[in-house]
Design a protein around this ligand. Structure first.
Ligand code: SF4
Length: 59
């Protein structure tokens, strides 16, 4: 299992608040594109899944 980003749920022109919320620095965002998760850093703590205001992270 892994954490995935549901790109279609990410609003355009928005800074993903989960980049800073992730305790492992596993989420990166280039410009305003949908964020990307580095699965080698992710420990599946669920913080992004439980806190993204758009529900755009899923396990
Ligand atoms: S599950 Fe936790 S460690 Fe993995 S990307 Fe989300 S916030 Fe970061």
């Amino acid at each position: 299992m892994a954490i995935n980003v549901i790109n279609k749920l990410c609003p355009e022109n928005h800074r993903c608040p989960m980049v800073r919320a992730c305790p492992k620095g596993a989420i990166a965002q280039e410009g305003y594109l949908a964020p990307i998760i580095d699965s080698s850093k992710c420990v599946e703590c669920m913080i992004c899944v439980n806190n993204c205001p758009y529900g755009a992270f899923e396990k």
